[in-house]
Design a protein around this ligand. Sequence first.
Ligand code: URA
Ligand code: SF4
Length: 193
Amino acid sequence: MDFETLRQECLTCTRCSLCETRKNVVFGQGVPDAEVLFVGEGPGANEDEQGLPFVGRSGQLLDHYLAAIDLDRGKNVFIANIVKCRPPENRDPLPEESAACLPWLRQQFRLLKPKIVVCLGRIAAQQLIDPKFPIMKQHGQFFEKQGTLFMATLHPAALLRNPNNKPLAFADFAALRDKIHEVCLHTYAPGEG
Ligand code: URA
Ligand code: SF4
């Protein structure tokens, strides 16, 4: 199984009822040898239209934070979501929807073998780190699970609603940059990986 085969399978998924209202499955975007995997919550309206993750206003902010530490979805990271189809009215994914969709993310994880997983916001952190993860208390901290480092930062959409928290997210990205220097081999040396 390679990434393209997985993508093709995922694009026709009907494992949960979100398939009935989606326009496009948002499989994810990035490079297949990414050492850093970002995981958001689920597609919004723009993402649903375009079939790509984080392409609206929160995506612009995310790209800005990525660029600040020399990360780029076209060069050295992969961006995915907990659910790959848009929940109607942008509601939180239901537990059964997340459960139905998680095997796709697990397969992406198995193929990528990222060194670091960054959860964007509470929903991803509670799915991937701890069901009770207190995002405002523990964002920016690294947790090791079976050889992979996990950290969570504030969701870019939350930063747009509450710009006072931007310095907190910026500090998380600075910590991420340091951790990448410590544990990643080729993230900052494109072409050599
Ligand atoms: N918010 C998310 O969590 N994911 C996206 O892809 C876009 C916005
Ligand atoms: Fe399949 Fe996930 Fe879309 Fe549900 S959200 S239909 S499980 S791809």
